[in-house]
Design a protein around this ligand. Structure first.
Ligand code: NAG
Ligand code: NAG
Ligand code: NAG
Ligand code: NAG
Length: 436
């Protein structure tokens, strides 16, 4: 498909595209639609197709520490190991990131979650690594991880204790940030337990200041569980912000959290888009292959952090296949940085879903997600995507790794197994005068 076949500029086309508010009824089943050009609030404005690719008005991250240009990728100990961690497991995980090739695909953060520290501070008030499980200390571990060109993440809590009742950093922000920096930490996940009922808006900014004052560039991952709508304020405070409570390794939890995070898609944009629906459960055994594929696809599309939560020293071939899909990772890391979202619902209880979002190069990512318990055809209609129905689109299937349509017009359908998710890149390419 030669680029010469584009006969009309996008700008010109879009002036003429008008979007009908769509509320369609298909064979007795209500179809709900929030086309890409409309906001979730359904508000009075309708954006042109061009506007969904215009990132100039999105929130600019005030935290200008140079990080989070794309969602962070790596691993975190919690989902698989919980409190059962030690320096051996962290080192072996770093080794496995290298030997599997996952590090080369972008998974570079090795993040230690709760339970690395002793139950009490030392006589000088400093946090101390648990001498049983981290006898060499965190600095030695950071050196080890850095020796492999990976980055080390540490964990603390904006309260008096962490969730597993280790000392928290509330009112110790400066000392703790300085200590983390002196160890060579590259990332801080900052949790929300034992917070004395003080608003996150008061508890999270002091750690931002402390990390900045440490002089070391440290990714600041806010984990206040979405309780005070961090999408509305956290882009000034952290590099990413959790929008939900904890995920667990089940279909019910994963779908629920996807929906909760989706609510904030309209607030996301480059530099202020890193809404975090929690870490991946792919590979932990509680969901089917299809369900994990949906989990990974939707997290990538939503521009969620891709933080692996399984034991990567011991992954099945299927788990590796999911986590290492370069085409899906590229959607997550797309430089346009706009969070995709749910745009079309049909079927029983809206369980036939189309999710989508804009990508760089005037492309779109589109996912057909069957959340029903029976296989079904799901159809993405061009109007939902903001395309004129006569626009030709080439369609690349990101799980089959092949082009499945060269000149699709009007709509695209696929038979999707129960709980599975198909994921595509749509490249609209030929726009003829008759379209406008
Ligand atoms: C370290 O933790 C792993 C995972 O929980 C465990 O299998 C291993 O026995 C532990 N090693 C030591 C030396 O405690
Ligand atoms: C501290 O913040 C300033 C202003 O946003 C920024 O330019 C600088 O890079 C930050 N330093 C670190 C270490 O994060
Ligand atoms: C997992 O999350 C779901 C949805 O929030 C919840 O109903 C379920 O009880 C949780 N399961 C466990 C084991 O915590
Ligand atoms: C590796 O994972 C399998 C399940 O996929 C499990 O049965 C086995 O015990 C694990 N091995 C180790 C050493 O953890």
């Amino acid at each position: 498909m030669a680029s010469g076949s584009i006969t009309v500029s996008w700008e010109l086309l879009l002036v003429f595209v008008s979007i009908a508010a769509a509320s369609v009824v298909v064979s007795g089943t209500a179809t709900e639609e929030v086309p890409l050009m409309r906001s979730h609030d359904g508000g009075g404005f309708s954006r042109s197709f061009h506007r969904i690719f215009d990132a100039s008005e999105y929130g600019i991250l005030q935290l200008k520490n140079g990080l989070a240009q794309t969602p962070q990728m790596g691993w975190n100990s919690w989902n698989f190991f919980g409190c059962n961690i030690n320096e051996t497991v962290i080192k072996e995980t770093a080794n496995a990131l290298i030997s599997t090739g996952l590090a080369d695909l972008g998974y570079v953060y090795v993040n230690i979650d709760d339970c690395w520290s002793s139950a009490a501070r030392d006589s000088k008030g400093r946090l101390v690594p648990d001498p049983e499980t981290f006898p060499s200390g965190i600095k030695a571990l950071a050196d080890y991880v850095h020796g492999k060109y990976l980055k080390l993440g540490i964990y603390s809590d904006a309260g008096v204790f962490t969730c597993e009742v280790r000392p928290g950093s509330l009112y110790h922000e400066n000392d703790d940030a300085e200590l983390f920096a002196s160890w060579g930490a590259d990332y801080l996940k900052y949790d929300n337990c034992y917070n004395l009922g003080i608003s996150p808006l008061e508890r999270y900014p002091p750690m931002r200041e402390a990390l900045n004052a440490s002089g070391r560039t440290i990714f600041y991952s806010i984990c206040e569980w979405g309780v005070e709508d961090p999408a509305l304020w956290a882009r000034d405070v952290g590099n990413s912000w959790r929008t939900t409570d904890d995920i667990n390794d089940s279909w019910v939890s994963m779908t629920r959290i996807a929906d909760l995070n989706d609510k904030w898609a309209d607030y996301a944009g480059p530099g202020g888009w890193n809404a975090d629906p929690d870490m991946l459960e792919v590979g932990n055994g509680g969901m089917s292959y299809q369900e994990y594929r949906a989990h990974f696809s939707i997290w990538a599309l939503m521009k969620a952090p891709l933080l692996i939560g399984c034991d990567i020293r011991n992954m099945t071939a299927e788990t590796f296949e999911l986590l290492s899909n370069k085409e899906v990772i590229a959607v997550n890391q797309d430089p346009l940085g706009v969070q995709g979202r749910k745009i079309q619902l049909s079927g029983p209880e809206g369980c036939h879903q189309v999710w989508g979002g804009p990508l760089s190069g005037h492309r779109l990512v589109v996912a057909l997600w069957n959340r029903c318990s029976r296989a079904s055809i799901i159809t993405a209609r061009w109007e939902s995507l903001g395309l004129e129905s006569s626009t030709s689109v080439s369609i690349q299937d990101l799980w089959q790794h092949e082009e499945v349509a060269e000149n699709a017009v009007s709509s695209f359908s696929s038979w999707v197994e129960a709980h599975n998710c198909h994921m595509y890149i749509f490249t609209p390419w030929s726009i003829s005068i008759s379209d406008i």
